[in-house]
Design a protein around this ligand. Structure first.
Ligand SMILES: *[C@@H]1O[C@H](CO)[C@@H](O)[C@H](O)[C@H]1NC(C)=O
Ligand SMILES: *[C@@H]1O[C@H](CO)[C@@H](O)[C@H](O)[C@H]1NC(C)=O
Ligand SMILES: *[C@@H]1O[C@H](CO)[C@@H](O)[C@H](O)[C@H]1NC(C)=O
Ligand SMILES: *[C@@H]1O[C@H](CO)[C@@H](O)[C@H](O)[C@H]1NC(C)=O
Ligand SMILES: *[C@@H]1O[C@H](CO)[C@@H](O)[C@H](O)[C@H]1NC(C)=O
Length: 254
């Protein structure tokens, strides 16, 4: 009898000590969190010279020194910057009104009109459209209107209706988005806007790719919750068996 009792006690001790070892052992196995890397410094001149071609916009930025204002803001990791950059083609196709007889200050304002004093990811524009008109780096009446058309960001100035056609760079704190047209502010060119042939926008029916992904995401936490609760049931079973074994051992002693 005493021998059986000792065996049970030894088993109980063994089981509980190995369970203890598992509990103690597991936290040390979990990987320590990696330190967040600092956002790399973005040289806007370098970025705009290799992408695009954005040579016309870049040379305007350099000749007016607006590039320094933009770089300074890009260095500000708290706020960051969002720049809308027209390709060289956009400047070529700009016949009326022309930029050639703008004053130096007007040209500066026009360039500043292409940037926002904050970093916005493309996803942020859904909210930004509700806040339209949004003030730009040029301040005052130099505002842009944003609308989100099934995930595409459309930009309106009164004179210009265009859209973001690609993302050149978008890592907090610097966003550079390519636009199809030069953004012309009413604050320079006035509100007497010549009527343009209504550009019939092709209905942008994007596939509802979000729907299955969303249900997948919703499904996985539920699955893991089930797994952890069944784990809890199993460990409860182990403990109740241990309690039974201990009380059995006590009964045998008495
Ligand atoms: C950014 O790049 C340009 C062109 O390579 C270079 O002339 C300029 O010195 C760089 N600016 C900084 C702050 O590194
Ligand atoms: C931006 O930061 C870079 C790197 O720290 C520095 O060399 C450059 O002078 C800064 N430029 C401006 C305009 O603040
Ligand atoms: C710019 O030049 C065009 C023709 O050369 C002229 O019709 C127009 O009034 C000028 N605009 C300004 C703001 O001076
Ligand atoms: C967008 O707006 C909604 C409600 O107005 C808010 O709940 C959400 O956090 C906002 N998202 C961002 C990225 O600001
Ligand atoms: C921008 O949006 C505001 C508010 O919705 C509207 O009053 C204004 O006319 C719009 N401006 C342009 C240029 O579309």
């Amino acid at each position: 009898m005493a021998r059986i009792c000792m065996v049970i006690c030894a088993l109980v001790l063994f089981c509980s000590s190995s369970a203890y070892a598992q509990v103690v052992g597991s936290p040390s196995l979990s990987p320590s969190p990696a330190p967040a890397p600092a956002p790399p410094y973005v040289n806007l001149t370098d970025l705009l010279s290799v992408a695009g071609p954005f040579q016309t916009f870049l040379s305007y930025l350099v000749s007016t020194k607006v590039i320094e204002t933009f770089q300074d803001q890009a260095n500000n990791t708290e706020e960051g910057i969002t720049i809308f950059v027209p390709k060289d083609d956009a400047f070529k196709s700009l016949k009326k009104p022309s930029l050639s007889n703008l004053t130096e200050d007007q040209l500066k304002s026009l360039l500043l009109f292409h940037a926002l004093r904050h970093y916005y990811s493309l996803a942020d524009f859904k909210n930004l459209s509700q806040l339209s008109p949004v003030s730009t780096f040029a301040g005052g009446q130099y505002t842009l209107n944003f609308t989100d058309v099934s995930g595409t960001v459309h930009i309106g100035t009164g004179w210009t209706n265009t859209k973001v056609s690609s993302s050149v760079h978008s890592t907090d704190p610097v966003a550079v988005y390519q636009v199809d047209k030069v953004l012309l502010p009413e604050a320079i060119f006035g509100t007497d806007i010549p009527p343009t042939p209504a550009p019939a926008p092709a209905p942008d029916i994007s596939p509802a790719a979000d729907a299955p992904a969303a249900s997948d995401e919703a499904g996985s936490p539920r699955a893991s919750k089930n797994a952890s609760s069944s784990y809890r049931i199993i460990s409860l079973g182990v403990w109740s068996q241990l309690v039974l074994a201990i009380s059995g051992g006590l009964v045998l002693f008495l």
